[in-house]
Design a protein around this ligand. Structure first.
Ligand code: BF8
Length: 620
């Protein structure tokens, strides 16, 4: 959909406010960047050593080699591997922070968090070969945290969660030499290989990219999900509201944005403090209104039904409502533009992580050892700021769509009566044609939410059950697709299943690290059927992706055997060799492969054709 910024009415209203007020957003900066660098778009620029920077002429007239002799194929492959490594590092470092918090809780050093899901703790301990018999929860947690931290670097052999994978998949990874070892190790090796003068074979580089990404999907991300569930509770279906209309005209509005639930969970706790609520009232506010954005928004909506104010491209728009007393951030997907924008309003932009500081931000270090008090201090600062709100500059759109979220693996199993068999039966008798995972970001290259919403609608209309995470899930929440009533938009078979189970046709499974929940379900389905993941009628898509994390996700989904459609073009088209590897040869090597399709309706058709091909091969 060319020429339109967003399909979200709330975003469109806020963009008008921004334009009228002369305020700049990502959409403006995107336009100012046009035309974007063609070498960069094709992946043909190399800055890995100081003989460069070098770039390859895609038309064949200028240089075809960098100073060192690297061809376009080598440069594209190296750049892609670095993107995967950065994405895997981000997810996995998030995972490590959660595990370290659990270790601190178990050791009694961190007091403000408790272990919310002891059953999951014990199940994970058993998976890691840790005896739970007669042991205290603390001891189990301590041993489990230590074992999980070993996954990052010192483990011998392959990652523990690989045992969830069907045997055929393991054989493929072993044969190709891409069985993921330590999580950190794969990222370090990616950086080593892409250093000057090391790995210069495009296929060898891409294969390591797959291995590195697998250490994210089946390693860092999976541990982030599982240990978050242990600490903060495993999500269950929960109702909430989504979009900028969740901001309040009367209450102190605090927006929490970023990724790690360590911060957002404590803000949820602190916002309930009667003393702080009274303090807010004393300043003339009706109370405290904590809302989320992006993945940290997903974490607290999945576990508490906290309202979610929007997805990636709405972070600036939330500030432009003029109604935010504070934007509190930790790590990832936070625009550095927020500092300057917040300064145009009374809004305090508060950073909390030593890893992520921003121009124009107030830094309040968030220390897990003093978590509740730090969260209270942040909320106090927001309350103090309430009288500075200029009511004449407040504009809050009305949109606040209801949603049902919280579909963890455990919640799905419970909706199905404890086993995957009813789901398998529904797939076999074609009530459910297949399953598509729609994930990932917004990107100003795409009309906001257009690809997400249209793909989801096109798929459910053809009886494809859609599972979502990240900003894709927030797009569906805003569009009303996460409600059981949305079954009326589904094909007859899927609608029947949804009505029988009381679930929406689009299931919100969490934040981006929670794509590991989708992997876990896919692996369990394959095991149940005695086939490989690649044999299942399932597909993935990142219809509006922008981040390096999404590149790692795409790579591990494909490496896990799942066909994946990208809705924005990755920077690989400068190399036919790399493009061919990803879109064709990967199918023979790992079962999964990529397609690029920017039109959401055509992308949905690709997924349906793939699902039908897999159904035919299974004889169902
Ligand atoms: O990890 S979907 S814009 S918020 S990267 Fe970021 Fe993309 Fe949103 Fe969460 Ni995921």
């Amino acid at each position: 959909m060319k020429g339109t910024s967003s399909i979200d009415p709330a975003s469109l209203q806020m963009l008008k406010v921004a334009r009228d007020g002369g305020l700049e957003t990502a959409w403006d900066r995107y336009l100012a960047q046009q035309p974007q660098c063609g070498f960069g778009e094709l992946g043909l620029c190399c800055r890995n050593c100081n003989m460069g920077p070098c770039r390859i002429d895609p038309f064949g007239d200028g240089p075809q080699k960098g100073v060192c002799g690297a061809t376009g194929d080598i440069i594209v492959a190296r750049n892609l591997l670095r993107m995967i490594a950065a994405g895997a590092a981000a997810h996995s470092d998030h995972g490590r922070d959660i595990i370290e918090t659990l270790r601190g809780v178990a050791a009694g050093e961190i007091k403000d968090y408790t272990i919310k899901d002891e059953n999951k703790l014990k199940a994970l301990a058993r998976e890691f070969g840790i005896s739970t018999e007669g042991e205290t929860v603390q001891t189990i947690a301590e041993k489990l945290a230590e074992a999980a931290l070993e996954e990052f670097g010192t483990r011998k052999g392959y990652l523990q969660a690989i045992d969830r994978v069907p045997p055929k998949r393991k054989e493929i990874w072993e044969k190709l030499g891409i069985m993921p070892r330590g999580i950190d190790r794969e990222v370090v090796e990616a950086m080593h290989r892409t250093h000057f003068g090391v790995d210069n074979d495009p296929a060898n580089l891409i294969l390591h990219g797959l291995r590195c990404s697998l250490s994210d999907g089946w390693g860092g991300s999976l541990l982030a999900t599982e240990f978050s569930d242990v600490l903060f509770g495993t999500p269950r279906p929960v109702r909430g509201r989504s979009n900028l209309g969740v901001l309040s005209k009367e209450a102190v509005n605090i927006l929490v944005h970023g990724h790690e639930p360590i911060l957002s969970e404590m803000l949820v706790e602190a916002a309930k403090d009667p003393g702080l609520i009274s303090a807010a009232r004393a300043k003339g506010a009706s109370g405290i209104n904590l809302v989320g954005m992006c993945c940290t928004g997903n974490e607290i909506l999945m576990r508490h039904g906290i309202p979610v104010a929007g997805n990636f491209l709405q972070q600036e728009l939330a500030v432009i409502t003029g109604a935010l007393e504070a934007v509190v951030v930790d790590v990832q997907c936070i625009m550095p533009a927020l500092g300057q924008l917040a300064a145009c309003y009374h809004t305090k932009f508060i950073s909390t992580s030593p890893k992520a500081k921003f121009p124009g931000a107030i830094h309040i270090p968030f220390d897990e050892h003093n978590a509740l008090e730090t969260a209270r201090e942040i909320i106090r600062q927001a309350i103090e700021n309430y009288p500075n709100r200029d009511k004449n500059r407040v504009f809050i759109p009305e949109e606040a769509t209801a949603y049902v979220a919280g579909f963890s693996v455990e919640a799905i199993l419970s909706a199905l009566g404890g086993t995957l068999i009813p789901l398998i039966e529904a797939v076999k008798n074609k009530k459910i044609r297949g399953i598509a995972a729609l994930v990932g970001c917004n990107n100003p290259k795409v009309t906001q939410d257009y690809n997400h919403v249209n793909m989801a609608k096109a798929l459910i209309a053809r009886d494809v059950l859609v599972v979502e995470t990240g900003c894709a899930a927030i797009a569906s929440a805003k569009a009303g697709l996460l409600l059981p009533e949305a079954a009326e938009l589904a094909g007859a078979g899927l609608a029947e299943v949804c009505r029988a189970l009381g679930v929406p046709p689009v299931l919100h499974m969490g934040s981006c690290v929670d794509i590991s929940r989708i992997l876990t379900v896919a692996a369990a389905l394959a095991r149940e059927l005695g086939v490989d993941i690649a044999d299942l009628p399932v597909a993935g898509s990142a219809p509006e992706w922008m981040s390096e994390k999404a590149v790692s996700i795409g790579a591990y989904v494909v490496a896990s055997g799942i066909f994946t459609v990208l809705g924005t073009v990755p920077p690989v088209l400068g190399s036919n060799v790399v493009a061919d590897l990803l879109t064709k040869q990967a199918k023979d090597l790992v079962g999964g492969y990529f397609a690029v399709e920017t039109d959401p309706f055509k992308a949905a058709e690709l997924i349906i054709a793939h699902i039908d091909e897999k159904r035919a091969a299974l004889g169902i």
